[in-house]
Ligand binder design. Structure first.
Ligand code: NDP
Length: 285
């Protein structure tokens, strides 16, 4: 293998250790960071995500309180619970696991969470802060991507960064963060013409399409950094990313695996945001 393997497990462990130190320092000041996790319905993937987030909280020393609601919960009932959590001074972060059942409008849910408790960084106020570069929450997966690149020894400044995918959760916010790191950013999507040609000019490629083999070796410049956000199943049912890892690793300079790349970073960055929430609500930032 030619490329450096960017180890998301190792880097996320470093970040969680820092979050644990930060949580301990807050506790020494009489503040116990606390995350409220809300799960509506019994989507099995969501249950796993919620359980992993709770385990991470426990490991880091952040209190977590879970609210598991039945699938028939009405929008009004969910919004009422969010109001209660907004008002509860012992709760610093609120996370409603997405997707919520179809009869609930997820935009209303996002808007209902107090921006000061919005540890997912989905509320338009926090998205606005992200765009203006103000201090506060950073969206977990995109911020995790920046940490992966920097902590594995690479700089972003002056680099041509190509992002494949323009979702509100990954593509758009990661573009903003790469630009803030002084990268030159191109955002591609399903209507982009000559994706391969654009990718060949990239020093950094971030793929977030959810499509197997979006990035193949012929699209990658020698030595480029490849960040694979995708979480897909291949023909054999095995978890894989968007990137043809086996072939791209022979051309790239550095690459994230799936699993063990971007995935673990999302929860680590969530832990940081819980501490940030506790600091914001106690006038410490
Ligand atoms: P979305 O489906 O919301 O967005 C996918 C984007 O990819 C769209 O902008 C779409 O373009 C673009 N796209 C799709 N196919 C192509 C193609 N063939 N060529 C170019 N662009 C294409 O997905 P998300 O952003 O929510 O997630 C993307 C992937 O990342 C998924 O696999 C998801 O599971 C994973 N993920 C992983 C996380 C982690 O923690 N590791 C966290 C979040 C997501 P258009 O807009 O034109 O439709």
């Amino acid at each position: 293998m030619k490329a450096q393997l960017i180890d998301g497990k190792l880097i996320s462990a470093e970040i969680k250790a820092e979050a644990a130190e930060e949580a301990a320092a807050l506790k020494a000041q009489g503040i116990e960071p606390c995350l409220a996790v809300v799960l509506v319905g019994d989507n099995s993937a969501s249950k796993v995500y919620v359980s992993n987030k709770q385990k991470a909280c426990e490991a880091v020393g952040i209190k977590s309180v879970s609210h598991v609601l039945p699938g028939e919960t009405t929008e009004e009932e969910l919004l009422n619970l969010i109001d209660e959590l907004n008002a509860d001074k012992s709760v610093h972060g609120i996370l409603v696991q997405m997707p919520v059942p179809k009869h609930i409008d997820d935009r209303k849910v996002i808007m209902a969470i107090s921006p000061d408790k919005d540890v997912d960084c989905f509320h338009p106020v926090n998205v606005g802060y992200l765009h203006t570069g103000a201090k506060g929450f950073l969206p977990c997966t995109p911020a995790g991507i920046i940490e992966l690149i920097k902590r594995s020894g690479h700089s972003i400044e002056g680099k041509n960064c190509v992002i494949i995918g323009r979702s509100n959760i990954v593509g758009k916010p990661v573009a903003m963060l790469l630009m803030q790191e002084n990268g030159t950013v191109t955002i591609c999507h399903s209507k982009t013409k000559d994706l391969a040609g654009i990718c060949r000019g990239a020093d950094i490629i971030v793929s977030a399409t959810g499509k197997v083999d979006t990035v193949t070796a012929d699209m990658v410049k020698e030595g480029a950094i490849i960040i694979d956000v995708g979480m897909n199943r291949n023909a054999e049912g095995k978890l894989c990313g968007d990137v043809d890892f086996e072939n791209v690793k022979e051309v790239a300079g550095a690459i994230t695996p799936v699993p063990g790349g971007v995935g673990p970073m999302t929860i680590a960055m969530l832990m940081k945001n819980c501490n940030t929430a506790a600091r914001i609500q106690n006038g410490l930032m």
